[in-house]
Design a protein around this ligand. Structure first.
Ligand code: KIV
Ligand code: NA
Length: 269
């Protein structure tokens, strides 16, 4: 198999090739997405998408490690990046290192992602200096939903300067790339031109250096809600519901299983 992409390879795509990122939480989805993607992100969105949680706040280290191991088993080309869950890194650089090291050691993934700009820069620098590549995440940071007051667009008007400062801080701290979520497209373009690491946009317009979507959103598998920034590339949820209904009808009609799905102790004449 091909050599896995490394954070330095993703960093080097700046100005050369858009960075293609999708989330993945399981082995089969990782297998499906690995050939087409540069990065597979084991996002803490797993809590909402696969576990039915109402926010990402109660996602645990154990959940991220279990899903991270599954994604590593299903991929061999893309860089696997694992989200640090809420409460596992904010307290201190030492706490962040302890948990990030555990994530990389127990999964074999190549990098972690954490939320925060200026206020997390010292932690990012601490991790990078100790061998842990970091993808940053600024703009709408869902782990801060309670202080942000909802999942609102960030960086509007005078708030743009805060976003630019966050981007420059994480780039200066040594992050190899930065997710920029839900900010005006023009600001995302300005940030992308101002910093030297790839910006990975989600709801941040076409001028970012790469894009990320939650794979269940773009496949139409997760339909509790659809953010404006999601494009549906398939309607697998509808397809699956139709298949389940057809199965249920055939079981009730006793038309499944047919002979071809059954075993016989003598060859049929
Ligand atoms: O958790 C996640 O899926 C993410 C991406 C949407 C960037 O952080
Ligand atoms: Na996340």
């Amino acid at each position: 198999s091909l050599k896995r992409l490394m954070p330095s390879d993703i960093r080097a795509q700046k100005g050369a090739a858009p960075v293609v990122v999708l989330t993945a939480y399981t082995t089969p989805i990782a297998k499906l997405a690995d050939p087409a993607c540069d990065v597979l992100l084991v996002g803490d969105s797993v809590g909402m998408v696969l576990h039915g949680l109402s926010s990402t706040l109660s996602v645990t280290m154990d959940m991220m490690i279990l899903h991270g191991q599954a994604v590593m088993r299903g991929s061999d080309r893309a860089l696997v990046v694992i989200d640090m869950p809420f409460g596992s890194y904010e307290e201190s650089p030492a706490q962040a290192f302890r948990n990030a090291a555990r994530i990389l050691a127990e999964t074999g993934a190549g990098a972690v992602k954490l939320e925060g700009g200026v206020h997390m820069a010292a932690t990012i620098a601490f991790l990078v200096a100790r061998g842990i590549p970091v993808m940053a995440h600024i703009g709408l940071t869902p782990q801060s939903v309670n202080t942000l007051g909802g999942y609102k667009v960030q960086g509007k008007g005078a708030d743009a300067a805060r976003l630019m400062a966050d981007a420059q801080a994480v780039a200066g701290a040594g992050a190899f790339s930065v997710v920029i979520e839900k900010i005006p497209a023009r600001l995302a373009g300005e940030i992308s031109r101002a910093i030297e690491i790839p910006t990975i946009g989600i709801g941040a317009g076409v001028d970012c250096d790469g894009q990320v979507l939650v794979i269940d959103d773009m496949l139409g598998l997760f339909s509790d809600f659809k953010p404006k920034f999601v494009k549906r590339y398939a309607e697998l949820g509808t397809t699956a519901a139709e298949a389940v209904a057809a199965y249920a009808a055939e079981v009730r009609a006793k038309s499944f299983p047919a002979d071809e799905h059954s075993f016989f102790d003598e060859a049929k004449k």
